[in-house]
Design a protein. Structure first.
Length: 132
């Protein structure tokens, strides 16, 4: 009886550990982005994906010739951003913003890790998350 109970507990513990392993596979910012570099773009917010495990901001940016390119910025999870002072309501489609980001390591020009947003009214949100 004791042996069966021990086996059931051991099996249950192994099952719980196996279920939790995917959470440990999360990558750091430095896996995809270069936090030692940054780029700055100004444009119009077009879409916000306020989802777990990361949010994404999308914006249209005009280059010097007037051609519009879509930029995407990844950031932390909604709960962390909320605690840092950014709420979904703070990001309005159509707003003109300036974004500072860490570039993607694969060289994708239009993709980065959000470090800072400067709104047209002058207020700033800086995301201090260990990527600096």
């Amino acid at each position: 009886m004791k042996r069966m109970r021990f086996s059931a507990l051991l099996l249950g513990g192994v099952g719980l550990l196996a279920a939790a392993l995917p959470a440990l596979a999360h990558h750091s910012v430095t896996a995809e982005f270069n936090p030692d570099k940054e780029f700055v773009v100004r444009g119009t917010l077009t879409k916000v994906d306020w989802t777990n495990p990361h949010i994404y901001l999308h914006m249209d940016v005009k280059d010097d010739s007037g051609k519009v390119e879509e930029y995407s910025f990844e950031s932390g999870p909604p709960s962390v951003l909320h605690r840092a002072g950014l709420r979904k309501e703070d990001i309005k489609i159509g707003d003109q913003v300036t974004v500072t980001a860490a570039p993607a390591k694969d060289g994708t020009k239009t993709y980065g890790w959000l470090k800072m947003i400067k709104y047209s009214d002058g207020h700033v949100f800086v995301y201090r998350n260990g990527s600096e």
